[in-house]
Write a protein that binds this ligand. Structure first.
Ligand code: NAD
Ligand code: UDP
Length: 313
């Protein structure tokens, strides 16, 4: 049994990771300030004696003895990370410093949940890990993109300077049950709109692309990365390489929900990346042939069932 700290453990991804690690017989400490996460996401875990939920903000130091740390604390949806951009940068940067300092002190292995956003609006397609990205330093997305880029730098420097055992994964758009229905991300927005027969809000012409990964595939990749050989530290892309336009996504969701919704077009947000698609050859090679198993239709069907139940529709 390992003792594992998950920052952001009450969020969408953190709650799935907590559940899986508990099921595998580990002890999990979930650290969260509940900014975008919720106790509802972890209610079903609170009765487990090997699970502990602690209200704490990662911009402040925290001390605990654990074997591994998964650093997920950070709002992930554009409307939430842009709500208080200074706090978003602080969370990524000071959160990384605090968690890396802890890992160094207690000799724990630490994994950083980095993001495809570090590639910005990429000029290379699909994105490979050796692409340095195309990021605006002063735009509305910069607090998130640059915060996550700086966190990667800190991880690498703690590794090189202090021999901290690090792992960096770059997560591409991930969806599934327990997404916050009001955080504005495209999959949850479209599903909620379709279930309510409201207009589906496609931003811009809807020809921008994303590659959507179901949450269980990501959790599998995360755990394989944490357990990968010591000298493989990443960064490694973890995502589903099947790429869709937002119009294609809207049409798929309308079909799967039997919705009467119509597609409408709203202005495209500033700096919205045009295309995004992970090259996952490195993950396949280094993580025992890891690749996504759940494709869009199956994943959307599971997610739609969750939202139907949540919204009592
Ligand atoms: P989420 O917003 O549901 O979860 C983030 C969690 O971090 C929440 O529980 C929130 O309350 C907590 N948090 C935020 N600021 C904090 C702070 N200062 N101190 C303590 N806790 C704090 O988002 P998610 O989708 O679960 O994302 C989890 C991580 O994965 C994030 O770091 C995100 O950047 C990364 N990621 C997610 C995706 C995706 O598609 N879901 C893609 C790339 C990267
Ligand atoms: N998007 C959209 N309608 C919505 C929400 C988002 O068309 O109601 C678009 C958004 O402009 C972007 C894509 O969907 O091109 C993915 O947006 P999301 O916020 O989910 O993630 P990110 O932009 O961070 O990849």
């Amino acid at each position: 049994m390992k003792k594992i700290l998950i920052t952001g453990g009450a969020g969408f991804l953190g709650s799935h990771l907590s559940e899986r690690l508990l099921n595998e017989g580990n002890e999990v400490i979930c650290l969260d300030n509940y900014f975008t996460g919720s106790k509802n996401n972890i209610l079903h875990l609170l009765g487990n004696p090997y699970f502990e939920a602690i209200r704490h903000d990662v911009i402040m130091p925290y001390f605990v003895e654990v074997d591994e740390i998964y650093n997920l604390a950070c709002p992930a949806s554009p409307i939430h990370y842009q709500y208080n951009p200074i706090k978003t940068t602080k969370t990524s940067v000071m959160g990384a410093i605090n968690m890396l300092g802890l890992a160094k002190r207690i000799n724990a292995k630490i994994l950083q949940a980095s993001t495809s956003e570090i590639y910005g609006d990429p000029l290379v397609h699909p994105q490979t890990e050796n692409y340095w990205g195309n990021v605006n330093t002063i735009g509305p997305r910069s607090c998130y993109d640059e915060g996550k880029r700086c966190a990667e730098t800190l991880f690498m420097d703690y590794h090189l300077q202090n021999e901290v055992a690090i792992k960096i994964i770059r997560i591409f758009n991930t969806y599934g049950p327990r997404m916050n229905p009001s955080d504005g991300r495209v999959v949850s927005n479209f599903i909620v709109q379709a279930l309510k027969n409201e207009d589906i809000t496609v931003f811009g012409e809807g020809l921008q692309t994303r590659s959507f990964q179901y949450v269980d595939d990501l959790v599998e990749g995360m755990i394989r990365m944490m357990n990968s050989r010591d000298d493989f530290i990443g960064p490694v892309n973890i995502g589903n390489p099947n790429e869709f336009t937002m119009i294609e996504l809207a049409e798929a969701i309308i079909k799967l929900t039997n919705s009467k919704s119509k597609i409408i077009h709203l202005p495209l947000p500033k700096d919205d990346p045009t295309r995004r698609n992970p090259d996952i050859s490195l993950a396949k090679k280094e993580l025992n042939g890891w690749e996504p198993k759940i494709q869009l239709e199956e994943g959307l069907t599971k997610t739609i069932s969750y939202f139907k139940e949540l919204l009592k529709l």
